[in-house]
Design a protein around this ligand. Structure first.
Ligand code: ZN
Ligand code: ZN
Length: 158
C-alpha cells in the first residue's frame, strides 16, 4: 500500500512545515518548528482490516492525511470537533462500529454515534456516489453499499 502521510504532533500536515532562512516553521499553526509525525505504532483489529482493504486497491489515489485521521479515530479514539480531530489524552474511546468510505481521493471514518455522523454520511451519498463503502461491525470490515452500511454499522448482531 502507499505510504501514509502522518500528521505532525502540532496537528498540521507535513507539507505545511516550510524551511525559510534555515528555520522550519509550520505555516498553518506558526507554533511548530519541526515536523514530528504523530506516534503511530499502536494497532487494533479495525485498523488491520482497513489496511488489508487498501492493499492492491487503486483507491484512494492519494491518502493525503486522511488515513492519519482515520488512524487517530479508530486506534487512538480521536473525535472530530469543529472540523479537526481531537485526540483525548486518555484515549481508548474508539468507535465500536463505524462506516468507512474510500473515495478516489481520500478516506473518511464516520462514527454513527457522533451527532454529525448522519449528516456526513448523507453528504457522501450526494457527492461521492461511486465511493467504496465499508461497515465495521466490531468484528469484521464488510464491503458494503450506502444503502446497507449504516445499518450494518449500527444494528446489533448476535
Ligand atoms: Zn508541526
Ligand atoms: Zn502546525
Amino acid at each position: 500500500m502507499k505510504p501514509i502521510e502522518w500528521h505532525c504532533r502540532c496537528g498540521c500536515r507535513q507539507v505545511a512545515h516550510r524551511s525559510r532562512d534555515g528555520r522550519v516553521t509550520c505555516e498553518m499553526c506558526h507554533a511548530c518548528h519541526e515536523y514530528q509525525a504523530i506516534p503511530h505504532t499502536r494497532t487494533n483489529d479495525a485498523w488491520r482490516a482497513m489496511k488489508a482493504a487498501l492493499r492492491g486497491n487503486p483507491w484512494p489515489e492519494s491518502y493525503a492525511c486522511d488515513l492519519s485521521t482515520d488512524y487517530q479515530q479508530v486506534v487512538l479514539g480521536g473525535v472530530w470537533r469543529g472540523g479537526q480531530i481531537t485526540v483525548p489524552s486518555r484515549a481508548w474511546d474508539v468507535p465500536e462500529r463505524f462506516v468507512w468510505i474510500v473515495r478516489r481521493l481520500g478516506t473518511q471514518v464516520i462514527d454513527p454515534a457522533n451527532t454529525a455522523g448522519r449528516e456526513m454520511y448523507d453528504w457522501h451519498i450526494a457527492n461521492e456516489a461511486d465511493a467504496q463503502v465499508f461497515a465495521w461491525n466490531g468484528r469484521t470490515l464488510i464491503p458494503s453499499t450506502y444503502a446497507q452500511a449504516w445499518d450494518q454499522a449500527t444494528e446489533d448482531h448476535p
